[in-house]
Design a protein around this ligand. Structure first.
Ligand code: NAP
Ligand code: MG
Length: 471
């Protein structure tokens, strides 16, 4: 943790043009401590609020956000870079998640355990943890916040959110709207600043009970180490390198569309993006030809421009990392089928644009095969069948999502059992359901978001033993 207070301002810039789109304070350790103090002060009152009332005010907050969806989507596009259509989807998803957990408020339950002993029964009491810190990256600034905010608030915790340094604006506006809709002071706050300073101060604060972190695997490991010093609860949603398997009996057109959306949505900057593609050799030529044609049709442009399908990468370092991964890989082998360079279209020079890129059969130890590729570049390999596909798919330290495309339900069932990943889609992809638990295996994370399972990560179970006096 830095010893000095960071003062100053962060200038937020549009990834498509470099233009300034806003300024926010760069908070340091003192502001972090003040926010945690307010959250700690608000906690007892929020905990005492009946769960149904908490749910009602959280739902009112979600409705207030939905009413401003277009304004928020534009803000999100300007700071993040994604096409407006995708920004609208993101805000809608945020609202649905919050509403989902608001709806569960009335179903929070403990347990009654009869006959533990003579005249003795037990209770399992669920209670909130206290102050939760939510640390969120820039790729989906609002949905990744909503995944934490919904269950945390409904269970009675208060929350301090730290958005990525480069995407604070939409988050600040959401907090303002939810406060106006009735969330009490101190229950949900946002502090803006650098993760290396502000994030560390928040994680290290002894009054913080839990850290819900989404971001890269290296930073997640570091946050977990810091949290361990205070035996704090952590949820980690980290990097991924999701495999997609296409067998020879698959609906090829549907699978091609899914691969394209899966890799190029949000300019490839999704934890759940399709990052490794394994196609049965009998359909590989057809598949590759169709995917290459589709990739060539993706219209690049600013997120605010009409018809844009692929926006810029979020930042210059993001593009540089991707360029390094692609060029190092191609030096080792593989055939470049599309892209592999910056585009030279009108108005694209000022942003962090990169062409949709497909690489056929790069070495299995190349960077695009073993690292997380957080941009629009996809490696494709031919496989001889299901066993080889599963073996390749599992040869990764990540284990977030995965998918298989086949009409053979037996093959799909085997894949669903054997794939080392927290999520497996069969003939589907990318959609994360509030009803189902989401979270990575291996170095992709710890704990779950979404589903009823998320509630377990924002409550502590306490045992109570009740012995009746003899009568
Ligand atoms: P990152 O560098 O790890 O940053 C994530 C967040 O952590 C940001 O708010 C960042 O703040 C903060 N941070 C940085 N250093 C910190 C520190 N020392 N202590 C506390 N907080 C710190 O992640 P990213 O590269 O920007 O985001 C993309 C990554 O997120 C990818 O790996 C992606 O797969 C992963 N992701 C995972 C999921 C999932 O659900 N599994 C979902 C989406 C994304 P600053 O911005 O100020 O540095
Ligand atoms: Mg970072």
């Amino acid at each position: 943790m830095a010893a000095t207070v960071e003062t100053g301002v962060t200038v937020v810039r549009n990834p498509a043009s470099g233009d300034e789109v806003g300024r926010v304070p760069q908070a340091g350790p003192d502001e972090a401590a003040a926010a945690v103090a307010r959250a700690a002060a608000a906690f007892p009152g929020w905990w005492d609020t009946p769960a149904a009332a908490r749910g009602a005010v959280v739902r009112a907050g979600a409705e207030a956000v939905l009413a401003q969806r277009d304004e928020l989507a534009l803000q999100l596009t300007l700071e993040q870079g994604k096409p407006l259509r995708e920004a609208r989807i993101e805000i809608t998803r945020f609202v649905h998640t919050i509403e989902h957990y608001a709806g569960l408020a009335k179903s929070l339950r403990g347990a009654y355990v009869p006959s533990l002993d003579e005249r003795t029964h037990g209770l399992v009491v669920k209670r909130p943890l206290g102050v939760v810190v939510a640390i969120v990256p820039w790729n989906f600034p609002t949905t990744l916040l909503g995944n934490k905010l919904g269950p945390a608030l409904v269970c009675g915790n208060t929350i301090v959110a730290k958005p990525a340094e480069s995407t604070p604006l939409t988050t600040l506006r959401i907090a303002e709207l939810m406060r106006e809709a009735g969330l009490p002071e101190g229950v949900f706050q946002v502090v803006t600043g650098k993760g290396s300073v502000l994030g560390e101060a928040l994680v290290g604060d002894p009054r913080v009970a839990k850290i819900a972190f989404t971001g890269s695997t290296p930073v997640g490991k570091h946050v977990a180490e810091l949290a361990a010093r205070g035996v704090k609860r952590v949820t980690l949603e980290l990097g991924g390198s999701d495999p997609m398997i296409v067998l020879d009996d698959a609906d090829v057109d549907a699978a091609v569309s899914a691969a394209s959306v899966g890799r190029f949505f949000n300019c490839g900057q999704a934890c759940l993006a399709v990052k490794r593609l394994y196609v049965h050799e009998r359909v590989a030529d057809e598949f590759v030809e169709k995917l290459t044609t589709k990739a060539a049709k993706l219209k690049l442009g600013a997120g605010t421009a009409d018809g844009t399908m692929l926006g810029p990468l979020h930042s210059e370092p993001q593009r540089e990392t991707l360029e390094g991964q692609v060029s190092d890989t191609l030096e080792q082998g593989g055939e470049l089928l599309a892209g592999g360079r910056r585009p030279d279209g009108d108005g694209l020079a000022a942003g962090w644009f990169y062409e949709p890129t497909l690489i056929l059969e790069p070495p299995h130890d190349s960077r695009v095969a073993v690292e997380e590729v957080f941009g629009p570049a996809l490696p494709i390999w031919r496989v001889r069948g299901l066993d080889e596909a599963i073996e390749r798919a599992n040869a990764s330290r990540f284990g977030l999502g995965s998918s298989i495309w086949t009409r053979d339900l037996t093959a799909a069932t085997i894949a669903a059992e054997k794939l080392e990943a927290g999520y497996t889609w069969i003939n589907s992809g990318q959609i994360v359901y509030d009803e189902l638990p989401f979270g990575g295996f291996g170095e992709s994370g710890l704990g779950k978001e979404h589903g009823n399972e998320a509630l377990d990560h924002y409550q502590e179970s306490k045992a109570v033993v009740v012995r009746q006096s003899p009568r």
